[in-house]
Design a binder for this molecule. Sequence first.
Ligand SMILES: CC(C)(COP(=O)(O)OP(=O)(O)OC[C@H]1O[C@@H](n2cnc3c(N)ncnc32)[C@H](O)[C@@H]1OP(=O)(O)O)[C@@H](O)C(=O)NCCC(=O)NCCS
Length: 172
Amino acid sequence: MSIIRTAQIEDALAIAHVHVDTWRTTYGGIIPDEHLANLSYERCQASWIEHLSQPEVERVFVVEQPGGPITAFASGGPIKEALGEWDGELYVLYVLKAFQGMGYGKQLVTRVAQDLASRDFRSMVIWVMKDNPARRFYEKLGGRLIGEAGITIGGKDLLKVAYVWSEIAVFR
Ligand SMILES: CC(C)(COP(=O)(O)OP(=O)(O)OC[C@H]1O[C@@H](n2cnc3c(N)ncnc32)[C@H](O)[C@@H]1OP(=O)(O)O)[C@@H](O)C(=O)NCCC(=O)NCCS
C-alpha cells in the first residue's frame, strides 16, 4: 500500500523526476515545447534541495509506492504574493500521469491543508494555469475562483487563475 509522508532532503531527486515528467505530460500545448525539453532533473533537484531546507516555511509531502518510488508530491506554506485576506497557499501538486485518478491528488491536498491548519493558517490559495484542465479538480474539491493574473513561461505570456478555500478546516 502507498503511504504519504513528509519529504526529506534525500527525496529531492525523486521529487525532481516527478516534477519534470509531470510538467512534460501536463503542459504540452500550453508551455512552449522548447522550454519543456530544456527542463533538467539536476537543476530541478537543486531547487528542491533549497525548498526542502526550509521546512519552517514550506512543508513538502510525498506519496511513496511499496518498494520506494515517489509518484506524487505537494507542498504548502504562507501565501507568496498577498491576495485579499488569504494567508496560506498550496504551492505545488503533481501526480505522475500513470498514477492520476487514484485519489492521491485529493489525499495530498488534504494533507497540505491539515498541515497549514496546524500552523494556524485559515485559508488556502492555489494558482493554476488557466488552460490546465486540473482546474476542474480544484473546483471539485470546493475551491472558489478568486483571481486571474499573467505569467510568462519560456517566453510565452500565459494566464493563471487562483482558487481559494476560505476555511481550510473543511479538510479535517
Ligand atoms: C490534477 C491532479 C493533481 C489531480 O490529482 P489526481 O490524483 O489525479 O486526482 P484524484 O484521483 O485525487 O481525484 C479526486 C477527485 O477529483 C476528480 N478529478 C481529478 N482530476 C480531475 C480533472 N482534471 N477534472 C475534473 N475532475 C477531476 C476525480 O474524478 C475525483 O473525483 P471523485 O472524488 O468524485 O472520485 C493530477 O491529476 C495531476 O497531477 N495532474 C497533472 C499536473 C497538474 O496539473 N497539477 C496541478 C498543477 S496546479
